[in-house]
Design a protein around this ligand. Structure first.
Ligand code: ADP
Ligand code: MG
Length: 238
């Protein structure tokens, strides 16, 4: 289902080679975190996987099929945006159902999926409110709900918690991890926060100037960082 393979993927913007050439395997059901300093290409890599940017060269396979030239809507992936991307004039129910409505899904099936997502995310009693009547954490859950209803093969998160205050961030981190445990769907999560990476990931991909420095479990990277760049990022003693 949610297996993703990148082979020799390159991305340039004009003369700027943001991703010089990258191979990566993401297994079905894995929670993969892309970590690295600002400007190292995390968002670009996620957008390439989502299909929001075209690769300059190389191939992307999703679920064993070549997806390199598929439009975003045909990739079976759902990007979770920060909560400010919600529609303020729509109720929570309408915000969550929006992608299904756009896809022309039958109303009864829309309702069924919205109710189920709301129950998973503890939003059932908030469905008739508007985003302005919710807390920051609840709004972020609505943004996640909008991805869940599409029943994607993988969720793509780009620093989804960076707008929230520190206390809320800790709680949401836990909630996203629990969501992963219950859905068992592949998740790719971009952050520059090493604590998020260490606590949430099955596998961490450490990026530096568009190259992968090292890939491994949090424990592997902590115990055996390949170089001082990785060690510096992971916070281990090397
Ligand atoms: P990160 O998410 O790790 O902070 P990005 O993927 O956003 O990094 O950006 C990586 C590099 O690519 C940066 O130098 C950025 O300026 C450049 N970049 C990203 N998008 C574009 C674009 N549309 N046009 C030109 N340069 C871009
Ligand atoms: Mg970014």
């Amino acid at each position: 289902m949610g297996k993703i393979q990148l082979r020799n993927v390159r991305k340039s913007f004009g003369d700027v080679h943001v991703i010089p050439g990258l191979d990566l395997d993401i297994e079905d059901g894995e929670f993969v975190v892309f970590v690295g300093p600002s400007g190292c290409g995390k968002s670009t890599l996620l957008r390439l996987i989502a299909g929001l940017e075209d690769t300059t060269s190389g191939t992307i396979e999703i679920d064993g099929k070549d997806a390199t030239h598929l439009p975003p809507a045909k990739r079976g992936l759902a990007m979770v945006f920060q909560s400010y991307a919600l529609y303020p004039h729509m109720t929570v129910r309408k915000n969550i159902a929006f992608p299904l409505k756009m896809a022309g899904m039958d109303k009864a099936e829309q309702d069924r999926r919205v109710e189920r997502a709301a129950s998973v995310l503890n939003l059932a009693s908030y469905l008739d409110r508007r985003p302005g009547q919710l807390s920051g954490g609840q709004r972020q859950r609505v943004a996640i709900g909008r991805a869940i209803v599409r029943e994607p093969q993988a969720f793509l998160f780009d620093e989804p918690l960076s707008n929230l205050d520190a206390a809320l961030r800790v709680g949401m981190r836990q909630e996203i991890s629990e969501l992963h445990q219950s859905l068992k769907t592949t998740m790719i999560y971009v952050t520059h926060d090493q604590v998020e990476a260490m606590t949430m990931a099955d596998k961490i991909v450490v990026l530096n100037a568009g190259n992968i420095e090292q890939v491994g479990s949090p424990l592997e990277l902590y115990r055996n960082p390949k170089n001082t760049f990785v060690a510096g990022f992971i916070g281990s003693p090397k």
